[in-house]
Design a protein around this ligand. Structure first.
Ligand code: ADP
Ligand code: ASP
Ligand code: MG
Length: 463
């Protein structure tokens, strides 16, 4: 049995839904044990999140946005060429969902407050709509199909917005919900992105989380493979939107792919590979609009080690520096620094410390910079008064560029090529981290130079 996931970019309008339904029909003919996971239509999750934020601020424009979103879904259903009865029933079902969002957002507007659970409930509605639309498009092709909301089985903790699944509970429940459908010859179309706490509160797995939903299902159902269909020819040597001549990487290891995802390759959610590693379930990335292309296989033992495979980029970051000549004599500065950051729930993307121990630099999301600097200044008040620590500050608008590949550390000359490429472009490197893993070399550069940095490094290795 296989799990196939279709991203929002694959289901942007009625024509795409029909195309995807056709692709699924072809594959199901060869493998009847198929489970489909689908994301919200392109742009819908962004729109829902924006609407709930606007409602919480008391801005009434969320109403028009909700109406526009409703119209888009209704038009999509209309254009699917369903029977009159199917179209009517589907539109009625979707209308119920839009009513529900309207009711919730009116309450949010009245209270002027958006709880994290409510934010997740609203953000995850797009998947409920698209799963129903895709199931109907499949039935129109004669395939018995049923939409399944993942909150009936995907159990998570209550870190709303970025929840972590409970693998074993999810496995047991997913099997109880989905195996009877498969045995009955019904193709389940499961909502990506959403989950639920054991108490029944709605959660989401983080932006782009449908990839993770798909591999969780692969794990739960002992799938022989998970196929992720998107809008590019697999995982590429760089984001093709930045590097037009980026190439498809035919094979990657789980760790390489996870490292790429973690360092910004949006094609995969950072936690996608976790459920597949132990059971060695291969993950394949394919292009919905170019299905003949072999795409990328993510497997336990890939071909071609010891080389640069990809260059990735994360923007919207700040570089925090804790600096002072007296730091050398103060015990535990690093430990206290990171304990303070962790207490705020902020994740650190990259760390570097100069060997003289006169400063510690680390990179965090820009949105957290002011909070982190404030908390650190407070934590080190005494050291700053004594001038053991001279300053703690944030450099904003920086980006992390990472070079990813297995065995980078053991391959001589990689760093030299990277720095040459940047030097030739007069791009200044603000900080470097190598050694956190042998799978990447990461650099901090100014955000304004970051895309150029990616292009230059890419061409140093790929020409
Ligand atoms: P989906 O809706 O299918 O989940 P996403 O937009 O989340 O699609 O991810 C696909 C996008 O990821 C591509 O359009 C591409 O611009 C971006 N991307 C970033 N880095 C890479 C990479 N290394 N390889 C492929 N795509 C990448
Ligand atoms: N629809 C969700 C998002 O936009 C999940 C996904 O696309 O994977 O983040
Ligand atoms: Mg995605």
């Amino acid at each position: 049995m296989r799990v196939m996931k279709f991203g929002g970019t694959s289901v942007g309008d009625a024509e795409r839904f029909q195309w995807v339904a056709g692709l699924i029909a072809q594959h199901r003919a060869a493998d009847p044990q198929l489970v489909v996971v689908v994301s919200a239509m392109a742009g819908v999750t962004d729109a829902l999140i924006r609407m709930s934020q606007r409602a919480a601020c008391g801005e009434p424009d969320w109403r028009a946005a909700l109406t526009a979103l409703r119209d888009r879904h209704m038009r999509t259903v209309q254009a699917l060429g369903l029977s009159e009865g199917e179209a009517w029933a589907l539109q009625a079902e979707l209308a119920g969902g839009f009513e529900r969002v309207g009711t919730i957002l009116r309450a949010v507007a009245a209270l002027g407050e958006l709880s994290p659970a409510t934010a997740d409930l609203v953000a995850g509605m797009g998947e409920r709509w698209s799963a129903r639309i895709l199931a109907a498009a499949l039935r129109a092709l004669g395939i018995p199909s049923q939409a399944v909301d993942a909150d009936t089985f995907l159990i998570t903790d209550d870190r709303f917005g970025e929840a972590s699944p409970d693998l074993e509970q999810t496995r047991a429940r997913a099997r109880a919900v989905l195996l009877p459908l498969l045995e009955g010859g019904i193709l389940p179309v499961v909502t990506g992105f959403i989950g639920v706490t054991p108490e029944g509160r709605p959660t989401t797995l983080g932006r782009g989380g449908s990839d993770f939903s798909a591999t969780l299902l692969g794990y739960a159902l002992d799938a022989e493979a998970v196929w992720i269909w998107t809008d590019v020819d697999g995982v590429m040597s760089a984001d093709p939107k930045i590097v037009p001549n980026a190439r498809t990487i035919p094979e990657l290891s789980y760790i390489e792919a996870a490292e790429m995802a973690y360092f910004g390759a949006k094609v995969l959610h950072p936690r996608t590979l976790l459920p597949c590693i132990d059971r060695r379930i291969p993950v394949r990335i394919l292009n919905t609009m170019n299905p003949q292309h072999p795409g990328t296989w993510i497997v336990p033992e890939p071909q071609g080690n010891g080389q640069v495979k990809a260059v990735t980029l994360i923007k919207n970051l700040s570089l925090i520096t804790v600096e002072g000549r007296g730091m050398l004599g103060v015990p535990g500065v690093a430990a206290r620094t990171f304990a303070t950051v962790a207490e705020l729930g902020v994740s650190v993307l990259m760390i570097s410390q100069s060997s003289s121990e006169q400063n510690i630099c680390f990179v965090i999301p820009a949105a957290a910079a002011a909070r982190v600097v404030g908390a650190l200044r407070k934590a080190f008040e005494r050291e700053m008064a004594r001038r053991d620590i001279e300053d703690i500050w944030a450099m904003d608008r920086v980006a992390v560029v990472a070079v990813v590949g297995a065995g980078l550390r053991a391959t001589p000359g990689i760093a030299a090529r990277v720095f040459n490429a940047l030097g030739n472009g007069r791009i200044n490197v603000l900080s470097i981290a190598q050694g956190s893993s042998e799978y990447n070399l990461s650099l901090v550069v100014a955000e304004s130079e970051a895309e150029e940095a990616v292009r230059r490094i890419h061409s140093a290795f790929y020409g």
